[in-house]
Design a binder for this molecule. Structure first.
Ligand code: ADP
Ligand code: MG
Length: 544
């Protein structure tokens, strides 16, 4: 018709479509998982937005419908969710916003075939998987709060069209014109089996039309509400993968029920892998808050930022279903849940830390994030400090502060640390000479955050943390340095020091004799008070 608008796909979409269709061909059935996930997300979003904008309304029935039509060879997925405006159709289905084709291609190449189906969800390209089974896709959508509906249509070959449409209620219909070789997806039994396999944990009812009747396809029970004994490891893993859009196996599964003063169920996961796309800048915890099973928000900051790698769900009885955003900020119930959930995660880490090899897997993925807790969380500082692991000048592998303290030399009163960037370079640093010569261990810190937190943790087990590049470190009590008589040397230096000071003038604030060198002639040190060397480096790099 004359109102039909034709648009080119964003440049990346064309290539991506090709990739998705070819790389994932053996796992075609996941297109249904992706479309159902989108539909369920849309219902969740409408419900949440309706809390603050009642005009959006919530339909009495929230079910998703999957309607196969054999004579027409179409499959329709219908949801009463938030819907999309014309602009949103073009933006969400015509461009790739967050993730690039390149990253996706690389991931496809690097990962074994079995992991490919999960990649598609992780890279935010789920919708395009429809073209694995469809020769044409039509999406008719009406945004909640609007009267207008639009149909987006494409054959997945470089362009799409937009045309005005009608839809009685807000929500979205995705209609797939199936390829001849994809007719199996018109069989209600096949569709039900796919839903049970991939989408059983979705708590919105999913109905498959069979002989004119709607049959429920998912159990729809909230996994986290089941007793632990009734949940298999495989269900935990599938749910975890769905939640986080990831494909690994969780390193830890925490599933418990709190009853009494607080009433909530929690199911939390610590990933077994670092996420593919490290979300730079994003520091909020995305643990989902449910109230009596209903999803409310993933922005309730249920865990502190330094535990933001934890995924999962907390479902409480202690808040009203129509809880508002303002109330979420103010209610003491959430503060108490936060404290309980944070404590539980910390105690799990403490228990798992007893197995060093097992804990190292966690530490190498998320250690730098956990360290932020020492910097910014006074309440948990000491608990987090006990969970930290370090490289050391004296031992192989990872070591803890407690182990370091246990190895301290008689007379040693401080925990010595050297902060820098590269572990290999640090291990060779002249700063260590005097310590090595006296058999004094130094912890080697190489994460960015290491320039900051030691200053906040005054002491561990009563032993102050001491950067060896800051101020003067007196090693005389810890034995002979090996480079001859310290007294004699000091005498030789009295003439030299003022001359060095004069020569270096404004470049340094002081030149001092030290007993912490053996082979090297000089090292830099930061003043006693003020930024340490590594922090100065970071500040210079940031242009300050
Ligand atoms: P992702 O779900 O990871 O964002 P998709 O390719 O699956 O990536 O979907 C792209 C976007 O299209 C979604 O983020 C959402 O904004 C929009 N979308 C897709 N399906 C629907 C739907 N049924 N209702 C509302 N919005 C949808
Ligand atoms: Mg999706």
């Amino acid at each position: 018709g004359e109102t039909l608008e034709r648009h080119e796909f964003g440049a990346e979409v064309g290539r991506l479509l090709d990739l998705v269709v070819h790389a994932l061909y053996t796992e075609r059935e996941i297109f249904l998982r992706e479309l159902v996930a989108n539909a369920a997300d849309a219902v969740d979003r409408r419900r949440f937005e309706a809390l603050t904008d009642p005009a959006l309304g919530m339909p009495a029935e929230t079910a998703l419908r999957i309607v196969p039509d054999k004579p027409a060879r179409t499959l329709r997925i219908a949801d009463p969710g938030i819907g999309m405006s014309k602009a949103e159709l073009a933006e969400h289905l015509g461009t790739i916003a967050r993730s690039g084709t390149l990253a996706f291609t690389r991931a496809l190449a690097e990962r074994p075939a079995a992991e490919r189906p999960s990649l598609i969800g992780q890279f935010g390209v789920g919708f395009y998987s429809a073209f694995m089974v469809a020769e044409r896709v039509e999406v008719t959508s009406r945004r909640a709060g609007s009267e207008e509906a639009w149909t987006w249509a494409s054959e997945g070959k470089g362009d799409y069209t937009l045309a005005p449409a009608t839809r009685a209620e807000p929500g979205t219909d995705v209609v797939l014109h199936l390829k001849p070789e994809a007719e199996e997806f018109l069989e209600p039994f096949r569709l039900q089996a796919i839903i049970r396999k991939w989408a059983d944990h979705i708590t919105i009812p999913i109905l498959v039309t069979h002989d004119g009747k709607d049959e429920p396809a998912n159990e729809g029970t909230a996994l986290w509400r089941k007793p632990k004994a009734e949940v298999s490891e495989a269900s935990y893993t599938e749910f975890y993968r769905h939640l986080g859009h990831v494909f690994d196996t969780p390193w830890a599964v925490l599933h418990w029920r709190a009853e009494g003063a607080l009433d909530f169920a929690a199911l939390l996961f610590i990933p077994g892998m670092k996420p593919f796309q490290a979300v730079e800048g994003e520091r909020e915890s995305r643990v989902r808050l449910h109230v009596r099973r209903m999803f409310i928000t993933d922005q309730a900051a249920l865990l502190p930022p330094w535990l933001r790698f934890v995924h999962g769900v907390v479902d409480t009885e202690d808040l009203p279903l129509n809880v508002s955003r303002e109330m979420l900020q103010a209610t003491p119930v959430l503060a108490r849940i936060r404290r309980a959930v944070t404590g539980r995660v910390l105690s799990e880490l403490k228990t798992r830390a007893k197995d060093a090899a097992d804990y190292a897997k966690f530490w190498e993925n998320f250690g730098p994030i956990l360290k932020e807790g020492v910097w910014e969380d006074a309440e948990h500082r000491q608990d987090v400090a006990a969970l930290l692991r370090f490289r050391s000048s004296a031992v192989e592998g990872w070591t803890s502060l407690a182990d370091y303290v246990a190895r301290m030399k008689p007379g040693q009163e401080q925990i010595y640390v050297l902060v820098g960037e590269d572990p290999a370079a640090l291990a060779k640093s002249p700063q260590l000479e005097g310590f090595r010569a006296r058999g004094v261990e130094v912890l080697l810190l190489t994460d960015q955050i290491d320039a900051f937190w030691p200053e906040r943790l005054d002491a561990f087990e009563g032993k102050p943390i001491r950067s060896i590049t800051q101020g003067t470190v007196d090693l005389s009590k810890l034995g002979e340095g090996g480079a001859g008589e310290a007294g004699g040397e000091a005498a030789d230096l009295t003439a030299l020091l003022p001359r060095l000071q004069e020569a270096l003038k404004d470049a340094v604030s002081a030149v001092r004799a030290t007993d912490r060198l053996v082979d090297s002639a000089a090292v830099l040190a930061a003043p006693e008070h003020g930024p340490d060397l590594q922090l100065q480096r970071l500040m210079r790099r940031a242009g300050r």
